[in-house]
Write a protein that binds this ligand. Structure first.
Ligand SMILES: [Mg+2]
Length: 160
């Protein structure tokens, strides 16, 4: 199985410069569905890999994150995109280190083991250097995009 690992904030939804944990603040990036459709038509499945350190900071709860992800998953479904799974890391360095938090790669390792993912055929799209560092730790090619960038033209360069 080949997968596109997607960072969440700044890739799927607009990076607001603050934590996004309310559905009302969750705004899908322009062109997202077209880009995901192109990738899906090329045989990729999707897994979201997101740091949610606001939980460790006490700004919001697991329940908040799960509600946002339920909303996000339904929108994927509505746009005929199959979202395989969502992994989030609730940790933050100020409250104790975790290997799941990007730039560490435990979330990716779990996903790869769980789904038998072919890392050589997969890639990760992120808007932060730490997304790329995490993916390269597990041999997955990282693609750095600008925050909130329309993904479609990038995807067209990757998939020929
Ligand atoms: Mg991001």
């Amino acid at each position: 199985m080949k997968v596109v690992f997607l960072d969440r904030d700044g890739v799927i939804n607009e990076e607001r410069g603050d934590y996004t944990w309310r559905i009302s603040d969750f705004e899908f990036v322009d062109g997202l569905w077209d880009a995901l459709t192109v990738m899906q038509d090329n045989g990729f499945k999707f897994i979201v890999i997101t740091n949610q350190g606001g939980i460790a900071k006490g700004l919001y709860s697991h329940k908040d994150v799960k509600e946002v992800h339920e909303f996000m998953s339904k929108e994927f479904e509505r746009n005929n995109i199959h979202l395989l799974d969502v992994f989030y890391s609730p940790y933050h360095d100020i409250k104790g280190k975790s290997l799941s938090r990007k730039p560490d790669s435990l979330m990716l390792e779990k996903a790869i083991a769980l789904y038998g993912i072919d890392t050589s055929e997969s890639f990760m799209i992120g808007d932060s250097e730490r997304d790329i560092i995490a993916s390269e730790k597990v041999g997955v090619k990282g693609v750095l995009v600008s925050p909130n960038q329309n993904l479609l033209e990038i995807i067209r360069k990757i998939i020929r």
